[in-house]
Structures are given as structure tokens and as C-alpha cells.
Design a protein around this ligand. Structure first.
Ligand code: TXA
Ligand code: MG
Length: 336
């Protein structure tokens, strides 16, 4: 049975109590509610209700072994979810929560295995968004929430994106406007030494190292085993994505031209692409500032899908700061 999906506008500054209580009641009954976080929209279920969590996998078409992040509203909730909170975690929590940092810690027996995909660890974060925090508090339980997108699609950064993917499949969408960061949280594995970044995000290795010492980038087979989500093709528009070196306008133009001549519908996504634009090529000029770029990229990829684009030629960004996370998502989108 597909529920009717209610979309309600909620004030991001002062979330209306009545709306939050309604959403919490839906979660309490085992329903699904999408809500904004500072990174991307999340598709939430009561983290302690295994049946409700299963519905997330159904709605997203998500592989069952891909674990879900548990969202909490106070650091005290960590004790019930984890068996061990190492000193590094305490330092990071103090500095970066609420914020776009997910910590992988040893799980306690109370966390349903549906949430953790059968792993002995649990991913936890405290989002920096008043709507999200109010919802978790009103439910009185942590909320399990993956990004609110069909499995493999770009994450939803507006309520409209969430509706595109889940109309008739979930109970409610809390529309708190566009998100602040635009890319998913940094995932840091603290269950091993040295700590490993399994997914780069707005909080970078340089941000983390002063507090926890050397941090490694979890890449390759080991990372796949540890973070099942990275196993799957991800963040992908339907169109094919080709990456071109930064500033190489001739290469972008030539690649776009070649696809156009093959009869493909082509788009170029670039920060530096001007007069070289060919007719018949859709151009999306991206912001110079990487933070602004990050906020917009998923929306642009979705929009190009809506336009029925076959080939997207994307200018790479520099890999520093949040650029590491941007390039991580672009490389995944380009993987085939
Ligand atoms: O910003 C975010 O993190 C957003 C918002 C909604 O909080 N959530 C999000 O969730 O991006 P999701 O499910 O799309 O991505 C979670 C990632 C996946 O790659 C998953 O495999 C990994 O975190 N993960 C979850 N639990 C894990 C665990 N116990 N060990 C290793 N990786 C884990
Ligand atoms: Mg996701």
C-alpha cells in the first residue's frame, strides 16, 4: 500500500511544535518521514523499530547489507548505542557536534541489526539542523536515516528532490528549505587505529588530525568491506558523466562536441567555460567557491536528468577542503 505523502513547510529557525509532533507520531507508528539536515535530506525511521527500518530499504531500493546512520540529539544518547566511546570520539563530539561528522563506533546489543547491516559497529551523528534535532527529541528515540534518494541517485538537497524520488512511498516530508552543505557527512571509522575516513565530507582530514592524530583515507577493498555503501555505484545521475581536468576548456568543448555529433543530448558542468560553448550544449556554470559548488552539485545533476541529458562533461575541482568530497562524489558518478 502506498501512503499519501504529505509535504509540510517547517520553519528552519523555529520549527513549529505541532508539525514536529505530527511527524514524530508518524515515526512512532513505524512510518517514514524525510527531514532536512545540514548536509542532505534524510529518510528517517525510528532507529529502535526494526520493522520501520526495513521499510527504509524497501522505499530506497537499498541493498540490505548497507548500514544506516543513527541520528541523535544529545551526546548522552551515545551510551545506549555504543559499547565503547573512545577518548578521540569525546574530543570530536565536543568540537564538531552538532555537525557533518559521522563516527563509526562499536555497537551495543540494543541497536537492531537492520540498522547496522549485521556489522558489529554503528554509525552515529548529531545533525546541525533545528528541525532534525526537534524531531529526534520529540520521538524520544534516535532516528535511523540514510540520504533521502532512491538508491544510487544523487542525494536530495531540497524537499522537491525528495518528493521526486518518494512521492506515494513515504508518509511525510518536512520541507525546511535547501540544505546548507549539500554533500553527505564525513564518515570517520573510530573502531580501528589509525582512524579512517570512509567517506570525505565538509569536515576534512586536516580538521580531524589535530584532535585524533594521523587519519588515513579508507580506500580500496578494505574500505569496501568496512563501509558497504562505498561498494555500490553512487550519486549517479542517469546520464553518463565524463570528467575533464580543471581549466581545460578546449578538452571540455571537444568532448561535448564529439558527443553532440553522436546525436547525444550533452551538458557541460564547469566553473570555467565561457564563449567556447557550442550550441546544442547545455551549460551549467558552477560557483568558484567550493562551498557554494558543493551546495549545488546534486541539484544540477538531478536537473540535467530531468532535461533528459545523455552525457554530462564535468570540469574537475581542486582536491582541497570540501573539494576532496566534491571530487569523491564526481568520481563515483563517473564510475561505470
Ligand atoms: O550526511 C549524511 O550522512 C546523511 C544525512 C541524512 O545524515 N546521511 C547519509 O546516509 O548520507 P547514507 O546512508 O546515504 O550514507 C551512509 C554511509 C554509507 O556509505 C554506509 O555504508 C556508511 O555510511 N555506514 C553506515 N554505517 C556504517 C558502519 N557501521 N560501518 C561503516 N560504514 C557505515
Ligand atoms: Mg546515500
Amino acid at each position: 500500500m502506498s501512503p499519501q505523502t504529505f509535504v509540510v513547510k517547517v520553519s528552519p529557525k523555529a520549527p513549529q511544535k505541532r508539525l514536529i509532533l505530527t511527524a514524530a507520531e508518524i515515526l512512532r507508528r513505524g512510518g517514514l518521514v524525510a527531514f532536512p539536515t545540514e548536509t542532505v535530506y534524510g529518510l528517517g525511521a525510528d532507529a529502535l523499530n526494526a520493522e520501520a527500518v526495513k521499510q527504509i530499504f524497501v522505499a530506497k531500493g537499498r541493498p540490505l547489507d548497507n548500514p544506516i546512520i543513527v541520528h541523535i540529539a544529545s551526546a548522552a544518547e551515545l551510551t545506549a548505542l555504543t559499547s565503547d566511546v573512545p577518548e578521540e570520539a569525546r574530543l570530536l563530539v565536543k568540537k564538531y557536534w552538532p555537525g557533518p561528522l559521522t563516527l563509526i563506533l562499536q555497537k551495543s546489543p540494543g541497536v537492531p541489526e537492520e540498522v547496522t547491516g549485521g556489522l558489529d559497529t554503528v554509525a552515529v551523528r548529531m545533525p546541525q539542523n533545528r528541525i532534525a534535532l526537534a524531531l529526534i527529541k520529540a520521538l524520544g528515540h534516535p532516528i535511523a536515516a540514510p540520504s533521502a534518494n532512491l538508491s544510487g541517485r544523487p542525494s536530495g538537497t531540497t524537499a522537491g528532490h525528495v518528493l521526486q524520488d518518494f512521492a506515494g512511498k513515504i508518509d511525510m516530508i518536512l520541507d525546511g528549505g535547501p540544505v546548507a552543505v549539500g554533500l553527505e557527512s564525513t564518515v570517520l571509522d573510530l573502531s580501528r587505529r589509525p582512524p579512517a575516513i570512509l567517506r570525505p565530507g565538509a569536515i576534512t582530514a586536516e580538521d580531524l588530525e589535530p584532535l585524533v592524530g594521523r587519519v588515513v583515507m579508507g580506500r580500496g577493498a578494505e574500505a569496501k568491506k568496512r563501509s558497504p555503501g562505498t561498494r555500490y555505484r553512487h550519486y549517479s545521475p542517469r546520464a553518463r558523466v565524463t570528467l575533464v581536468e580543471p581549466g581545460d576548456t578546449p578538452a571540455m568543448a571537444a568532448t561535448a562536441q564529439r558527443y553532440a555529433e553522436e546525436g547525444k543530448k550533452v551538458a557541460v558542468v564547469a566553473r570555467h567555460f565561457g564563449p567556447a560553448a557550442k550550441t546544442n550544449v547545455i551549460v551549467r556554470v558552477m560557483p568558484e567557491k567550493l562551498e557554494d559548488y558543493a551546495r549545488q552539485i546534486f541539484a544540477v545533476l538531478r536537473e540535467l536528468d530531468e532535461l533528459g541529458v545523455d552525457e554530462i562533461v564535468v570540469e574537475k575541482t581542486e582536491e582541497r577542503g570540501i573539494g576532496v568530497a566534491i571530487m569523491d562524489r564526481l568520481k563515483r558518478a563517473a564510475a561505470r
